[in-house]
Design a protein around this ligand. Structure first.
Ligand code: UDP
Length: 275
C-alpha cells in the first residue's frame, strides 16, 4: 500500500491554499510573507516532513510587474501557498506602507533552490528538475553531485513549448513527476510560464515543495554567471545579469522594470495619502 502522497485524502482534491504562520505584507494586492531566509528554509523542510504540498513564488520586481499586466498571473501568485520577497525593490515597496510588517531580508529564490538540493542530500528528499534548456538540468545534477553525493534525483525533463500548452501532454509530464516519487519540484521555465504551468497542474501534482526557479538551474550548471551576494544585497543583481546578457535583458530591466518601479512607488504613495 502506498503511504506516500501529497495529494489531499478527500475525494474532491482541494486547491485552496493552506495558510502559513508568518505575518503578511501587502504589495500591490499580493501577500508577501514577512520572513527571514532561514525561516523560509525551515518552513519548507517542515512542509516536506509533514507531506504538505506547498507552491511557493519568489517575487521579484519583474514578476511583480507581470502580475499587473497579466490577470491570470496575478491570480496564480495571489493564490499560491507562500510568496516571499526575492529582490530589494519588493522590500522597498513593502516598506513604504507603514501598515506592513517589516520584511526582514531578501529571500533569493536561486539560493532557496540550491538549499533545497542540500535538503535532498541531507534528508533524502527526491528532487525533480523540470525545464532549463535540453541537457542543462543534467549538467546541474552532475555539478551538484560533486558537492552533494547523496542528492536524490527523481528525474529531469526539458519540455517543449507545445507540451506545456497541451493539457494531455502536460498531464503526461505530471504523471512522470508523480511516478518518480518526487518530493521537491524545481520548475525552470522562466516567468510567468513556470508559475502558470504549476497553477494549471497543481491539483494533480503529487509532490511536496514546488518552486518556480527561473534561471537557478543555469546558475548551478554554470551556463550563466551568478552575481556575487554583495551585489544582490545592494539591489543590483539585475544590473549584473543585464551586463552578462544585454541583448536579452536590456528590454526587461530598462524599458519595462525601471519605469514600472517608479509607477509602483507612486501608486503605493498615493494609496498611503488616501488612507
Ligand atoms: N526556459 C525553458 N523553456 C522555456 C523558457 C525558458 O526551459 O520555454 C528556461 C531557460 O532555459 C532558463 C530558465 O527557463 O533555464 C529561466 O529562464 P529565464 O532566464 O527567462 O528566467 P529568469 O530567471 O530570467 O526569470
Amino acid at each position: 500500500v502506498a503511504t506516500r502522497s501529497f495529494l489531499p485524502q478527500s475525494v474532491t482534491p482541494s486547491v485552496v491554499a493552506h495558510s502559513h504562520p508568518f505575518p503578511i505584507a501587502d504589495v500591490l494586492g499580493l501577500p508577501i510573507a514577512s520572513v527571514t531566509y532561514d525561516q523560509v528554509l525551515a518552513y519548507l523542510d517542515n512542509c516536506l516532513a509533514a507531506k504538505r504540498k506547498t507552491f511557493c513564488v519568489t517575487l521579484n520586481l519583474d514578476l511583480l510587474r507581470l502580475t499587473t499586466e497579466k490577470p491570470n498571473f496575478y491570480k496564480a501568485v495571489k493564490h499560491c501557498d507562500f510568496v516571499f520577497a526575492d529582490g530589494m525593490p519588493v522590500l522597498w515597496l513593502a516598506g513604504m506602507n507603514k501598515q506592513n510588517p517589516p520584511l526582514p531580508e531578501r529571500v533569493a529564490g536561486c539560493d532557496i533552490a540550491h538549499d533545497l538540493c542540500h535538503l535532498s542530500h541531507s534528508k533524502g528528499y527526491r528532487l525533480f528538475i523540470l525545464g532549463a534548456a535540453s541537457g542543462v538540468a543534467d549538467l546541474a545534477v552532475e555539478k551538484l553531485r560533486a558537492e552533494l553525493p547523496h542528492l536524490q534525483v527523481a528525474g529531469t525533463y526539458s519540455p517543449t513549448f507545445s507540451e506545456l500548452q497541451n493539457t494531455t501532454q502536460s498531464q503526461a509530464i505530471v504523471d512522470r513527476i508523480n511516478a518518480a516519487g518526487t518530493d521537491i519540484l524545481l520548475v525552470a521555465l522562466g516567468a510567468p510560464k513556470q508559475e502558470l504551468w504549476i497553477a494549471r497542474n497543481l491539483t494533480s501534482l503529487d509532490v511536496g515543495v514546488i518552486l518556480p526557479c527561473g534561471g537557478s538551474i543555469d546558475f548551478i550548471a554554470g551556463v550563466q554567471k551568478k552575481s556575487p551576494q554583495w551585489i544582490g544585497k545592494l539591489g543590483l543583481e539585475w544590473l549584473f545579469r543585464m551586463i552578462c546578457n544585454p541583448v536579452r535583458l536590456f528590454d526587461r530591466y530598462i524599458i519595462h522594470d525601471l519605469p514600472f518601479l517608479l509607477r509602483a512607488c507612486l501608486q503605493v504613495l498615493n494609496a498611503k495619502e488616501r488612507a
